[in-house]
Design a protein around this ligand. Structure first.
Ligand SMILES: *Cc1c(COP(=O)(O)O)cnc(C)c1O
Length: 392
């Protein structure tokens, strides 16, 4: 597949050319756990990686391989490998690259699960982790310059929609000889290409926008081939493998990625503009709003501002508890990126593991609502919010 094709085209056709079975136009779901060989020499060649083919489902699978290839093309990467969930992709990538005595620099606003890996798991294995204020790029550069093996970035962040300067920070990471990883879940390859800024590895929770239908868990890492080899090897041995049926559902979702992201970005922009003018709303965070403190940076490095926003309402958590049940066009659920609008407070979604004091320290007020715009009509979403906020 020609990697120069537009992402809209790659989302539909990418990776599918090697999947034809009995002339089927759709990628088959290969549930078989093992693959049979009459010729033991051929079997051995495949097992050694000297010939193409599959041996055992924990290592590779034809349906899963198409999913990996489609994401590889969309991210403009040398290679890609998948995992059972986004957290499996993230933690496997970190474990594959790090070792005792190594140092990670990251930011305070990473996804809650990623943050747990940094604060709880990696330190137990003798990895030094330093988490810096997310938007203090000078401080990030200083920490990186004082020794860094992995620089881990996530932009926009969840749920505060902060933006990290990819060009500047990736250059700083490389200056220190670090591997730079970027969680691209919120932006998706439609809106942001970290590899174009030099990122070594891009990570996704495919559960979210890539799949887009909230019916399959999955994760993927794309980037430098030598690093992807290490992530693949770690994952094939540790076993957090993407299931073929989940890979099929993610592939089906990916075909409409560009349509969904365009619509979700437009809906989020319309909802953000409405909320910004609402008298019960204290503030709205959406990278596409001129009022976003980093709007210019977002406009420089993103092609679209995405489907995620958050807003704070008067009255804190009690007000959130009154407003959310009045929404008729939103799931109140710990998910995002689906075709249905999905809402929740950070206390039950991204930062469920963090105490109210910890959330306050992260600048996450109890009156905050995370809003993942679906593909509905914007007018209906706005009317629904208007009705719900009238409870205040
Ligand atoms: C959900 C999410 C993850 C974790 O993905 P899972 O598929 O739930 O394991 C990682 N990063 C971000 C930004 C997320 O939103």
């Amino acid at each position: 597949m020609d990697p120069a094709l537009d992402p809209a085209t790659l989302a539909v056709w990418g990776g599918e050319d090697r999947s034809l079975l009995e002339r089927a136009t759709q990628v088959p779901v290969v549930h078989s756990v093992a693959f049979t060989y009459d010729d033991v020499d051929e079997w051995e060649a495949v097992a050694r990686g000297e010939a193409t083919g599959h041996i055992y489902g924990r290592n590779t699978n034809p349906t899963v391989a198409v999913f990996e290839e489609k994401v590889r093309l969309l991210e403009g990467a040398e290679a890609a490998t998948s995992a059972a969930t986004g957290m499996a992709a993230i933690s496997n990538a970190l474990h594959a690259v790090l070792a005792p005595g190594k140092r990670v620099v990251s930011v305070k606003d990473t996804y809650g699960g990623t943050s747990e890996v940094f604060t709880d798991f990696l330190p137990r294995y003798g990895v030094d982790v330093t988490l810096v204020d997310t938007t203090d790029f000078d401080a990030i550069e200083q920490e990186v310059a004082s020794g860094c093996d992995v620089l881990y970035l996530e932009t926009p962040t969840n749920p505060t929609l902060k933006i990290l300067d990819l060009e500047r920070l990736i250059a700083a990471g490389h200056g220190a000889g670090a591997v730079v990883m970027v969680d691209n879940t919120f932006a998706t390859p439609i809106n942001q290409s970290p590899i174009a800024f030099g990122a070594d590895l891009v990570l996704h929770s495919a559960t979210k926008f890539l799949g887009g239908h909230a019916d399959a868990l999955g994760g993927v890492a794309a980037g430098r081939a030598d690093l992807i080899d290490r992530v693949f090897h770690y994952r094939e041995i540790n076993g957090a493998t993407l299931d073929p049926m989940a890979a099929y559902l993610l592939l089906r979702g990916l075909k409409t990625l560009h349509l969904r992201i365009e619509r979700q970005s437009a809906n989020a922009a319309a909802v953000a503009a409405f909320l910004e003018d609402h008298r019960r709303v204290e503030y709205v965070r959406y990278p596409g709003l001129a009022s976003h403190p980093q709007h210019e940076l977002a406009a420089r490095q993103m092609r679209g501002f995405g489907g995620m926003l958050s807003f704070s309402i008067e009255g804190g958590l009690p007000a959130v508890k009154r407003v959310l049940p009045r929404l008729r066009l939103a799931h109140r659920a710990a998910n995002l990126g689906s075709v249905e609008t999905t809402v929740g407070p950070p206390a039950t979604t991204s930062h469920v593991e963090v105490s109210p004091e910890g959330r306050a320290a992260l600048g996450i007020p109890e009156g905050l609502i995370r809003y993942s715009a679906g593909i509905e009509h914007a007018d209906d979403l706005i009317a629904d919010l208007d009705h719900a906020l009238a409870a205040l």
